[in-house]
Structures are given as structure tokens and as C-alpha cells.
Design a protein around this ligand. Structure first.
Ligand code: URA
Length: 204
């Protein structure tokens, strides 16, 4: 199948990538999504934060992490002593994947084919920004960078090396924290997310 490589601009920088990703049809997700959502933030960031894919509000606004998960991310970043403006925030997959349920659009997990097709965009962003530290939020970015066997439950908060960055951390996705029904468990997950961010910051 096709990958995003087919849509790469000749001259690679963040503005040229953002323009090119809006024309990407390397997988089928572009057909139903409103628009591609590229990464955003400090182009000289020492920390890159990677989510899964845009959600409903991100799809509409064209910006990453602006919905409920984004609000919790901002709160956790600030609890860890970082400003959202300092970091560069992006997603593993650039188009929203969903199923329609009446008026609601319910998030669906991207599959490995979609993640593979989209990965050149993420790789290009990482090569341009060249962060000191990467933070993967949840299983999707973690498995995209470390492979399918990666488990957040086993390896969160651990400093790991990848070909993109020699200090890569994985932690809970803020949406997973929001979805946790048990209140004390939810509070614990948020504390762990913040603690993992603090460790990441300390290495940046
Ligand atoms: N969840 C993500 O993984 N990314 C976003 O941009 C929003 C919600």
C-alpha cells in the first residue's frame, strides 16, 4: 500500500509538511475526516509529545489536543512545570478515525496499516524538531515507535532509546485517565502521568 512518503514535499520544514499533509490520501481516513491535523507548538522544542490521532474537536478545529484530553494534557504539563507553548505536540495518525452514532462521532483506534501509512509524517516532524525527549501518550505512539509488543503498563516512565530520539518515554494517554471509571484509580493515573512528565522534563 501507499504511505505518506508519496506525499512528502521536496523541501522539508514544518510549514511545508503541514501543507503537504493536508493533501495526504495514503490511507482511507482522509475520506471521512474534516481535515488533517498536523503537529503544533514550539518548532525548537526540547520535548515532543505524541498522541494517538485527532479527536472530534481536533478534527473540527484542525489543531491537536484542543478537546477534553487536550485540557487534561495542558493541566498535567503545567503540574509537571512545563508550559504547553514550550513543547511540540503531535499525533501518530493525522486524520480522525470514527464511527457515526446518530449525531455523535465515536473515536476508533487506528489500525497498524493506518499507523504505518502515516508514520513518515511523524518521522519528518521528529527529524525537523529534533527533540531531546519524546513523550508517547498511550499505546498507539508507543507501539508505533517501539513495536507492537510494547505495553504501557509494563514500561511507562522508563527512559528508552529509539532511532528518532535517545530519550523516549511512554505514559498514560490523558483520554485513558478521563475514561477511568474508578475515581481513586483515575487520580492515581493522573499522578503517574504528571510524574512521568516530570522525569521527561528532567532529561530535557
Ligand atoms: N487524543 C489524541 O491522541 N490526540 C489529540 O489530538 C486529541 C485527543
Amino acid at each position: 500500500g501507499q504511505t505518506a512518503t508519496h506525499f512528502m514535499p521536496a523541501k522539508i520544514n514544518l510549514p511545508s509538511l503541514a501543507a503537504a499533509v493536508s493533501q495526504c490520501s495514503a490511507c482511507d481516513l482522509c475520506q471521512d475526516a474534516t481535515q488533517a491535523v498536523f503537529g503544533e507548538g514550539n518548532p525548537d522544542a526540547r520535548i515532543v509529545v505524541i498522541g494517538e490521532q485527532p479527536g472530534d474537536q481536533e478534527d473540527v478545529q484542525g489543531k491537536p489536543f484542543v478537546g477534553p484530553a487536550g485540557q487534561l494534557l495542558n493541566e498535567c504539563l503545567s503540574q509537571a512545570g512545563i508550559d504547553r507553548d514550550e513543547v511540540y505536540v503531535t499525533n501518530t495518525v493525522k486524520h480522525f478515525k470514527f464511527t457515526q452514532r446518530g449525531k455523535r462521532r465515536l473515536h476508533q483506534k487506528p489500525n497498524s496499516r493506518e499507523i504505518y501509512a502515516c508514520r513518515p509524517w511523524l518521522e519528518a516532524e521528529l527529524s525537523v524538531v529534533s527533540p531531546k525527549v519524546i513523550v508517547c501518550l498511550g499505546a498507539t505512539p508507543s507501539q508505533a515507535l517501539f513495536g507492537r509488543d510494547f505495553r504501557i503498563t509494563k514500561s511507562r516512565g522508563v527512559r528508552l532509546q529509539t532511532e528518532w530520539c535517545d530519550q523516549t518515554f511512554a505514559t498514560w494517554h490523558p483520554a485513558a485517565v478521563l475514561r477511568m471509571p474508578d475515581e481513586s484509580r483515575r487520580a492515581q493515573m493522573q499522578e503517574q502521568l504528571v510524574a512521568d512528565l516530570r522525569v521527561a522534563v528532567s532529561h530535557s
